[in-house]
Design a protein around this ligand. Structure first.
Ligand code: FAD
Ligand code: NAP
Length: 537
């Protein structure tokens, strides 16, 4: 090998991840004429929709909203079949996007980024993959996902279990046959709540190990009405614009709603019932103050609790399923198909881990303080180290060799959730302090990637080599993010939004709750003013 061949290849931008964010970043930055490459740990595109193949996995933001808007031809040709697309359909969509825009040849699959160090003399990132390959790039775009670092709780004895162990977030590609089996599911967040009814329908017996009951609303999923779908497809641009400028980006029709306590009890009940019957997360937004006013929140929480008690026949089981210790919506509201009714099945048992915690996993099952449950298969639906997990899983070192883990030891800080002071030329798509997980993530991803592209073009226009967030701009933004969070009920819950699900993780509200539309306006104003808060050198 000559000396020249042994030099790492210089890229203009290396993107980590090939989910919704990585694919769009590749498309957008290549269109600017940059030499781009993506690294992806999986052997295919898809991100979330590659990994989470568990039965029942589907989006909870409606399909027509949960898709890219950057290409009108793509919008015209892709026809969603259901109100909430299933995991296989979303994965096919992302595979189609990769093929249609010829992105695959720009992606190195089965390649995990292990280390990234900023070379201050060259204003470049030096990258090293897990397999030891070296690369160098001007810009490093972390499109590593907010919910991509799975979390398996360290329950003693797991390694001794003789049956099959599955994780919703790393589900096998071949279909899993639960027929005739005794199955256990640990975890009742969105993943557990989507998969439990499907597993219960196949298994001989299902035991659900629940630590904290969650609020869940019915999806009322159905095939899309062809006429309604055509009407929306013909009106995509204004529909997308509504989503982009809305507060939540989750629903397009955000007309002003009354405060819960301004309505009479009967009016409130009618409104909640109407939205419950329509299905989906819009129930959260049918009054304006659920997330800011405890008394308003109680009215909706009580409405959902009544639906649980009404659905689950055995009163003691219903009581175990009723959430008690956090306001509705402060943990991600779950969207289900037949979740509560599943507990009426004769083959389903619910164990309350608060009353009888798990002591150990044994070779033949799970032992709690009260009983031993024999199992042939154990499913972990135990969530993720959210928002910062995948970023901190890479050893990232900025100016002066400072590790990102050190810079974020008291919680993450980033200007607009996009760039970190001391880490030039590093971008975080849907990073901490951006609307990210509180939004329709495709909308947020497109906005972030467009902003990053604009900032890179701004650097190029000045013949710059590096761009970095200014420390004061970052402090001001992080302060604002925390102040806005404090005006809501969110900090009251022990949620993954707060980092509470990971022992030792700083308890900081991770996303920006100031609204998707307002956040976009701020970013647009910053771009229009020549990117104040960022230093180009
Ligand atoms: P991801 O899709 O997570 O992709 C990140 C990719 O980066 C992964 O493929 C991962 O392998 C790769 N990666 C990470 N680290 C490295 C590394 N060091 N080296 C190489 N590769 C790496 N959001 C919604 O808005 N609506 C929904 O309905 C919705 N449903 C969801 C359902 C499930 C089951 C889950 C888990 C999440 C859901 N989300 C939903 C959130 C979802 O994560 C986002 O909508 C979106 O898919 C994120 O795309 P992304 O490209 O940012 O990240
Ligand atoms: P999650 O919401 O964090 O739920 C994890 C579950 O595991 C919780 O019930 C948790 O209980 C439990 N758990 C964790 N450790 C445990 C332990 N040691 N013992 C017993 N129980 C334990 O994770 P998720 O369900 O994967 O969802 C994460 C996010 O992904 C969602 O909030 C959502 O944003 C997204 N998602 C969306 C959909 C969708 O509908 N489209 C589907 C799946 C995921 P505690 O609450 O007590 O910690």
């Amino acid at each position: 090998m000559t000396a020249r061949q042994s030099q790492p290849e210089p890229y203009d931008a290396v993107i980590i991840g090939a989910g919704f964010a990585g694919l769009y970043a590749l498309y957008r930055l290549r269109a600017m004429g940059l030499r781009v490459l993506a690294l992806e740990a999986a052997d295919d595109v898809g991100g979330t929709w590659y990994w989470n193949r568990y039965p029942g996995a589907r989006c909870d933001v409606e399909s027509m909203s949960y898709s890219y808007s950057f290409s009108a031809p793509l919008e015209r040709e892709w026809v969603w079949t259901e109100r909430y697309a299933s995991q296989p359909e979303i994965l096919r969509y992302l595979q189609h996007v990769a093929a249609r825009f010829e992105l695959r040849s720009l992606i190195r699959f089965k390649t995990r980024l292990a280390r990234a160090a900023y070379d201050e003399a060259a204003d470049r990132w030096q990258l090293q993959t897990e397999a030891g390959a070296a690369l160098t790039t001007r810009y490093l775009v972390m499109a590593t996902g907010c919910l991509s670092q799975p979390r398996l709780p360290p329950i003693p004895g797991l390694e001794t279990f003789g049956g099959q162990v599955l994780q919703t977030s790393a589900w096998p590609h071949a279909a899993v046959d639960f027929a005739g089996q005794r199955v256990g599911v640990i975890g009742t967040g969105s993943s557990g709540i989507q998969s439990i009814p499907q597993i219960a329908a196949q298994a001989a017996h299902l035991t659900v190990f629940q630590r904290t009951p969650n609020f869940s609303v019915p999806a009322h999923n159905a095939p899309l009405d062809p006429v309604e779908r055509r009407r929306l497809m013909d009106n995509y641009p204004p529909f997308r614009e509504q989503l982009r400028t809305s507060f939540t980006s989750l629903i397009a029709d955000e007309s002003p709603q009354p405060k819960a306590l301004e309505l009479s009890a009967a009016e409130r009940e009618r409104r909640y019932t109407q939205h419950w019957q329509a299905g989906g997360i819009r129930l959260m937004f049918c009054v304006s103050d659920v997330i800011t006013d405890q008394a308003a929140n109680d009215t909706l929480a009580n409405f959902i609790k009544d639906r649980i008690r009404e659905t689950v026949r055995e009163p003691a089981v219903a009581e175990r399923l009723v959430p008690k210790d956090f306001p509705v919506g402060t943990k991600r509201l779950c969207v289900d198909t037949d979740y509560y009714a599943t507990y009426n099945r004769a083959n389903v048992e619910l164990i309350d881990l608060r009353a009888t915690p798990i002591v150990a996993i044994t070779p033949t099952g799970v032992r709690t303080t009260a009983t031993e449950v024999p199992l042939e298969c154990l499913v972990f639906a135990t969530g993720f180290d959210a928002v910062t997990g995948a970023l901190l899983a890479v050893e990232i070192r900025g100016r002066g060799g400072e590790p990102l883990a050190q810079a974020w030891r008291d919680g993450p800080r980033a200007y607009l959730g996009l760039m970190i002071a001391g880490f030039p030329n590093l971008f975080t798509v849907t990073g901490p302090g951006s609307p990210s997980v509180l939004s329709n993530m495709v909308i947020s991803i497109e906005q972030h990637v467009d902003f990053i592209a604009g900032l890179i073009a701004h650097v190029a226009a000045q013949d710059g080599r590096a761009v970095e967030a200014q420390p004061q701009a970052e402090v001001d933004w992080v302060t604002h993010v925390h102040e806005v969070a404090q005006t809501t009920l969110y900090p009251q819950a022990n949620s993954w939004y707060m980092g509470s699900n990971i022992p030792g993780k700083p308890r900081v509200f991770l996303p920006y709750v100031g609204g998707v539309g307002p956040y976009r306006q701020k970013c647009d104003a910053i771009a229009a003013a020549g990117f104040p808060g960022f230093t180009v050198s």
